[in-house]
Design a protein around this ligand. Structure first.
Ligand SMILES: [Zn+2]
Length: 229
């Protein structure tokens, strides 16, 4: 299939949905610039830019970095990307204020978002994927649950006395469920913002990587909000 060029995209997906993998595949397929808000923050902090120093001031006080700084970093980056190249935003916008600021800044440049891809996976599947990680307390070898029994191994195969296999606090199903709930809470209003503009495609993310990628590419053609409402 022939893909349009210069696409301007926003990518959403809960933790465990495989968003990073799909971002990489999309970048290769479409030739768009991958604009990750996490990468931008690290860049501005490590280079000590004006925006980076402003952000550091808030972080050092344990305060939230104001939207204006995050918006500044993203708009500045987008300004460096040629219209013909296009981009894919990842980790931004996180609230409707940021979405509105993005829309205004693009409008001033005669641009707009073409499509918002939301990779959707059922919560119980995300919890199953993310709470599957175990580790040996002695040698740190990673393990997963046995596919048949659903139980973690009883002892480490590498350690002479069969080291204790445990789960980190971050990986317990309760901790994972909490991360997912926070994601939904943060994201729902932003998804509504884009759905109201007919830009949102809710792409099923439960199949194999290649299948999900095909669905994402289909969502970029035509009226994908009708294909993946
Ligand atoms: Zn071990």
């Amino acid at each position: 299939m022939t893909m349009p060029t210069g696409l301007k995209l926003v990518l959403f997906g809960p933790p465990g949905a495989g968003k990073g993998t799909q971002a990489q595949l999309l970048k290769e397929r479409l030739g768009v610039e991958h604009v990750s808000s996490g990468d931008l923050f690290r860049h501005h902090l490590s280079n000590g830019t004006e925006l980076g120093e402003l952000a550091r001031g808030y972080m050092n006080r344990g305060a939230l970095v104001p939207d204006a700084i995050t918006i500044g970093m993203v708009i500045d980056r987008i300004g460096q990307i040629a219209d013909a190249d296009g981009f894919m935003l990842d980790g931004f916008p996180r609230n409707t204020g940021q979405a509105q600021a993005l829309e205004s800044a693009l409008h001033e440049r005669g641009q707009q978002i073409d499509r918002v891809i939301h990779i959707r996976v059922a919560d119980d599947e995300l919890i199953r994927r993310l709470s599957n990680r175990y580790i040996c307390r002695v040698c740190q070898r990673p393990y997963t649950r046995d596919a048949a029994t659903g139980a973690p191994p009883e002892g480490c195969a590498d350690c002479p006395d069969g080291g204790d296999i445990y789960q980190r606090d971050d990986d317990t199903s309760e901790a994972v469920a909490n991360r997912i709930a926070v994601y939904h809470q943060e994201t729902a209003p932003v998804l509504d913002f884009y759905a109201a503009r007919g830009l949102l495609a809710n792409v099923p993310g439960e199949g194999a990587v290649a299948t999900v990628n095909e669905s994402v590419l289909r969502a970029l053609e035509g009226n994908a909000d009708e294909v993946f409402p």
